[in-house]
Design a protein around this ligand. Structure first.
Ligand code: GAL
Length: 362
């Protein structure tokens, strides 16, 4: 797979120095001359984006002179904990982790801290431990706002149109991003739910009612099918708030099985996130309506550069010191901006930037 990189991020590069790392709670001797080892723990290969993330982070670290060990946790929290334990035992110099269950890592990160290994939380914030040094992610509230804004614009809610029916989907309850996406969306949708321009026929509006464990498309498909059977026997659904492309594809499968997508029963507006290949193709085919593109090349570079800076005793570039309280501390973060993508702009955002070639989208 190509390295999906469209922009560089202004974080200073590494100098080749050897030093004792006292700032990170330990005293490891690290020499980037000799090349340290960075352990990279990713959650799953089931979604294309994390494969891209793993490859990008490894490439960036290698470019900076590091060796890497990349592991995937197969969406199993225990497996990820033991993988991180092994990385610590193998003596990695730093860890970059995209957690599966954000609350499951406190114990193993205590071991990392005791060994003086700095930890960078990748895309998903690790919760409940002070043993996480930095966070590299996107403006996650903004992701939710972009999705809600799309629904509002397409339905003409600001022009007073309605009532319309909508159903809400959220991500995995053990992923800290889930509530940021959902709250970002609900902040904008709430007034229209109150005015009844938007009606959730299933009545399922609380976050705890709409989550999708491990972001699983099949789980979303089943929930959608159940809702259609019980709440839409004599009505149609006009919009689906979906936080992630894998969920959107699952929801689309249920809708099509229920006869949506034909002249008499058009598909609802359906949002997404990650600009995964299947979803971009679905947008081009007029099925999924929208996705949120997050430049994974930039994210990887931010995380790799953070690791490099910390290992060289420097303070990484951060642009948010307030938003991401993990329950034990406010984790200093570098947040990137997400972008709305639909059929009108996918060429300029995804193809012109080189994220996908035109041939890949055929
Ligand atoms: C979230 C991430 C999203 C999406 C989702 C499912 O943590 O921020 O972009 O990838 O996981 O993998």
């Amino acid at each position: 797979m190509r390295n999906r990189r469209t922009a560089s991020v202004a974080i200073a590069g590494a100098a080749s120095i050897s030093l004792a790392l006292s700032a990170c709670g330990g005293s490891r001797e690290v020499s980037s001359d000799k090349g340290g080892v960075v352990g990279v723990a990713m959650p799953t290969k089931a979604s294309e984006r994390w494969i891209t993330d793993g490859n990008n982070v490894v490439k960036d670290l290698r470019d900076k002179g590091y060796k890497t060990t990349l592991v995937y946790g197969d969406d199993k929290p225990d497996q990820q904990v033991s993988q991180i334990q092994n990385l610590i035992t193998q003596g990695v110099d730093a860890l970059i982790i995209a957690a599966i269950d954000n609350k499951s890592l406190g114990k193993v990160l205590k071991q990392a801290a005791a060994a003086g290994i700095p930890v960078i939380s990748y895309d998903r914030l690790i919760l409940g431990t002070a043993d996480v040094d930095y966070y590299a992610s996107f403006d996650n509230d903004q992701v939710g706002r972009i999705q809600a804004r799309y629904i509002i614009d397409k339905l003409g809610l600001e022009r007073g149109k309605g009532p319309f029916t909508v159903e809400l989907f959220a991500g995995s309850k053990d992923d800290n991003n889930t509530k940021y996406f959902f709250n970002g969306s609900m902040e904008l949708l709430e007034p229209y739910l109150k005015s009844k321009q938007l009606v959730v026929r299933s009545g399922q509006t609380g976050l705890d009612q709409v989550t999708t464990l491990r972001w699983d498309g099949a789980t979303a498909r089943k929930r959608m099918a159940g809702i259609l059977a019980t709440s839409y026997a004599s009505d149609t659904v006009d919009a689906i708030l979906s936080p992630y492309d894998g969920i959107s594809i699952g929801v689309l499968t249920a809708l099509k099985a229920d006869g949506y997508g034909s002249g008499a029963k058009p598909l609802p507006i359906i949002t997404g996130q990650d600009a995964e290949l299947a979803s971009v193709k679905s947008i081009i085919a007029g099925e999924q309506s929208q996705t949120v593109y997050k430049d994974l090349g930039q994210l990887a570079l931010v995380a790799a550069t953070m690791a490099d800076e910390v290992l060289n005793g420097r303070q990484p570039n951060i642009n948010d010191k307030a938003t991401y309280d993990n329950g034990a501390k406010v984790v200093p973060a570098y947040l990137l901006q997400p972008t709305n993508v639909d059929s009108t702009n996918y060429r300029s955002v995804l193809v012109a930037s080189g994220y996908y070639t035109a041939a890949e989208l055929k």
